[in-house]
Ligand binder design. Structure first.
Ligand code: KG4
Ligand code: ZN
Length: 381
């Protein structure tokens, strides 16, 4: 099955063409073997808007929608072209359209959803609305881009249930227990800022560009080799790390960074922080976030007897989180599978929306599949 995946929930206009292959029995995304469906990513085009929002230090919803409207057609044409589907009759080769309907910024979602509905109507194809967070989970099943001239053998990942998944993005921080692909329960979430949001806000405070995750982790890496006196003097809190339950809170951590900067450099308006001190601060901040995320995920995996531990969302691109969670999971008595998306698939993209749509599609009955027309898909709040 060939799926066109469309994602515009925040500030990335992202469209992908993904080929899906079933490995399980009908009606279930995976058989008892634990083998998940296999995917080939034929194209995965992402157009970001960092410059548009840079001056505002965060995403401005109406500006994001305007950029999506401007970029949608070129991104679509490029995704089709890269997948080898650029002639007019090639649209017959698309079997299903998938689009993010929630959660996200309303103006941004509207652009993608209405464009997807128009495509489904014009191409007479079925269309499924997708929960963005299910997309981040499905990203675990995606390989990197598959060049169309290679005939790469596809094999589904092995995923055993129950699974515990940590979804960490710019908008969400959730711990989820999954009994099957689309059967899950949220057992914990952030009470204030999301993990990625904390990276973004701290970056802004110390004069690093948006989004803050990549520059903070790059600077932190610089200080790791030379763990020095400066780093020993910065001790940030690990909010809610040892509290019962699985909720998170990151706004206090951001405030602790703010107080540290104010007290050490006398101001929070363009503070003059020497490069080595900035690197040390980034390392301690990143470690505080990673400590909390790892501790809670491992505790949830233990309590729920997880056979797989999974990561998803933009913060899952963080190499320290990937490494340290893997090390902690390896110490669990039940030796779960540790499954994580590639860094490219961890951040927002259209391929993950296509993959989530395939999991949904497989669980639908044929009459339901036939009834998924453009009129049934709308933005959800
Ligand atoms: O999932 P995503 O692309 O968009 C949302 O759904 O929000 O996540 C974006 C978030 C941003 O907050 C960004 O700072 C963070 O992911 N991020 C990272 C890294 N790469 C992206 N955070 C920490 N380390 C990274 N390497
Ligand atoms: Zn996301």
């Amino acid at each position: 099955m060939t799926i066109l995946g469309i994602e515009t929930s925040c500030d990335d206009t992202a469209i992908a063409v993904v080929e899906a292959h079933s490995t399980g029995s009908a009606g279930s995304p995976q058989g008892s073997s634990g083998q998940a469906p296999a995917f080939r990513v034929l194209s995965n085009v992402v157009s970001g808007q960092v410059e548009t929002h840079a001056a505002f230090g965060g995403v401005v919803p109406t500006l994001a929608a305007r950029e999506h409207a401007k970029n949608f057609a070129p991104v679509l044409l490029r995704a089709l072209y890269e997948a080898g589907l650029s002639s007019p009759e090639d649209d017959k080769k698309i079997d299903l359209i998938a689009v993010t309907t929630h959660p996200g910024l309303m103006p941004s979602l509207l652009v993608g959803v209405h464009a997807a509905r128009a495509l489904a109507w014009q191409m007479e194809k079925p269309i499924i609305g997708i929960n963005h967070l299910e997309g981040h989970l499905a990203a675990n099943l995606l390989p990197e881009i598959t060049r169309k001239d290679t005939n790469v053998k596809t094999k589904g990942h092995e995923i055993l249930f129950p699974a515990v998944a940590l979804i960490v993005s710019g908008g969400h921080t959730q711990l989820v227990v999954m009994r099957d692909w689309l059967e899950y329960e949220v057992i914990g979430e952030t009470r204030d800022d999301a993990a990625g949001e904390a990276f973004d806000k701290v970056a802004k405070l110390i004069g690093l560009p948006f989004p803050g995750g990549p520059p903070i982790s790059q600077l932190a890496a610089k200080s790791q080799g030379t763990r020095n006196k400066i780093q020993d003097t910065i001790k940030l809190p690990r909010p809610m790390m040892n509290k019962e339950g699985y909720d998170f809170s990151f706004s206090g951590l951001k405030t602790a960074v703010l107080y540290f900067v104010r007290d050490t450099y006398g101001t929070v308006e363009n503070p003059d922080i020497p490069e080595d001190a900035k690197a040390a601060l980034c390392a301690e901040f990143q470690q505080a976030v990673v400590d909390v995320l790892v501790a809670k995920t491992v505790r949830a995996a233990k309590e729920h007897g997880a056979k797989t531990v999974m990561l998803g969302g933009g913060v899952a691109a963080n190499s320290e989180l990937r490494r340290q969670l893997g090390d902690a999971v390896a110490t669990l008595p039940q030796s779960p599978i540790y499954q994580l998306p590639t860094a490219a698939m961890a951040v927002d993209n259209g391929a993950m929306i296509a993959a989530a749509a395939y999991l949904r599609w497989q669980q639908m009955t044929e009459p339901d599949q036939a009834a998924t027309t453009w009129q049934d898909v709308a933005v959800q709040l």
